[in-house]
Design a protein. Sequence first.
Lengths: 328, 359
Amino acid sequence: MGTYILRRGLLAIPTLLAISIISFIIIQLPQGDYLDREIQRLEEEFGDSSSLTQVEELRERYGLNEPLWKRYFIWMGGFVRGNFGESFEYKREVHELIWDRIAFTLIISIGSLVFTYVAAIPLGIYSATHQYNWSDHFLTFLSFVGMSLPAFLVALSLMVFAFDIFGIPLFGLFSAYYEGAPWSWGKLGDLIKHLWIPVIVVGVNGTASLMRIMRGNLLDVLGQPFVQTARAKGLREIIVVGKHAVRIAINPLISILGMSLPSILSGSAIVSIVLGLPTVGPILLRSLLNEDIYLAGTLLMMLSLLLVIGNLLADIALAWVDPRIRYE
Amino acid sequence: MNNPQISEIDDSSLEIGQLSYRQLIWRRFRKSAMGLIASGILLIFYIVAIGADFFAPYHDNDINMRFRHVPPQALHFSMSDGFYVYGLKSTRNPETLELEFTRDETQRHPVRFFFKDGAGGRRLFSSAGPMFLFGTDRMGRDILSRMIYGGRVSMTLGLVGVCLSIVIGSILGTISGYWGGWVDNLIQRIIEVLSAFPDIPLWMALGAALPPGWSSIQIYFGITIILSIIRWGGLARQVRGKVLSYRESDFVMAARAAGAGHWHIITQHLLPGCYSHIIVIATLAIPGMILGETALSFLGLGIRPPMTSWGVLLEEAQRVTVLLHYPWLIFPAVPVLIVVIAFNFLGDALRDAADPYSD
């Protein structure tokens, strides 16, 4: 098991390197740089940009005059040591800006993942054990609708509904009272009160597709001879399904864990923008629009890193459950 | 199927061996009620969107500053006037200083069919007076018309994008599966790296990189390429798997022994076996593309005005304060949902039908 984890972990390194190169190139794609934009803005506002006389000096400081490959190595060299460069817009070190946001992204993503599995597995089991019943048809239809709902539209509609009917503003993760307050039990409670909405909204798509997969898996397993044997032995149906069939049918869901991460991270990014949550999404959008390259690059890299780590954990979990994979 | 008579024969009594592959697929597919309904709905949507110049009551960028944020008007019917809408009476709200519109029952604007508009084109239905069945936006543009024109961009973008990923995906998938070795390894690693990005953030970054000076058409194709960059990977994997499984099969061996070249084997023996899979995957990929465009344009990184797409329309509904005052701005979400759900049902029905020998 140890060697498997090590081998799998080492394999992730070249992937991460490729990701970092692609991220860096994409971030550099827009024409011009942040300073060009700043000059343009000053000229539009004040008619001249003389307040930014030290442009060349600034370029030098941010390393914008170096060739692309050299900038990449400087950035990457800093990255592995936890120095992600400086944000042009916020005039602060990138690492000061992102950790809180990554933490909230993780909280929402993990919350959604848990919600997805907790909701989808029972629904899938119910659907499979009532195959072709009207409730199965209804759940199937619902799952199709759920798979098709774009998370940001759900978030938008929920927000309007909540405000229109209950008069609750659903914006942000904290109420105004706790917004800047230090951490306390009250603040934690307030967070949880706000958290469940994004968690469910982000999880809707995943729940719907996972439910269909669970249903399909269980139906496959229920058709197998050992289930028939269990029934023939006279076991009660609840034991046949719960103890014999579901255990086998749940196994493939672990490998899907890795696959459902990208959509959850994507979903949380866009839902956060709509709901104004302090996660990676809104700041990424802002930094992309402002060509705040080091901030945007770091965020893109961090999101991919989360994905790679998530996939790694899913693979390890799968190897742990299914010994055949370890010896491949 | 080319012969019209064959499809008219009641084939349900025939054995599997007596029917061609296509006939079997059709026999399976038409049993799925949801699949048939979905394809009917999609057909209607595409016809209306492509014929937007005829089906939409107004042009999508007809600005009407006198009628900003008009709520949806109800359609009425009477024997003397046919279909008509009541006129609009505007009053200025003393608090917000905004114009507010109420129904003016003294006026009736009849709906004219096959109406000849100012530019000389024919419209299926329109009206000489203001007729905004789904309301108007902040520049007094008719939302219904904008939805119809927006569908043209959003729905074709999904199709073009999927075609692009089919081309890239099948070429690279075939190469990967047929030749194997280091080429296969390289392609598989590329797919792995691409799938390690969360798609919306990557799309956002690429969307932000499109030059501001590009024309609408350039942006349209730019977005299409961006959306298909990520999506081809899954298709390539499926094609590779299929090609791998056929590569050593008897009929390919026989073709090779008979002296067939690589090109002949690939196009005549390997790819036909993948068609049904490709079509199913492509159908299921279209909703993702449509949603991707909608999400990108919603964030202001996709299609840019004056081009109209469903995402561009929804961008106006982004702020809750706006939505609370003018809830009809959310209407463009409805066609997005219908089309996406219909594609999912169609893809599901096709998936069941694509494997007609599985009974």
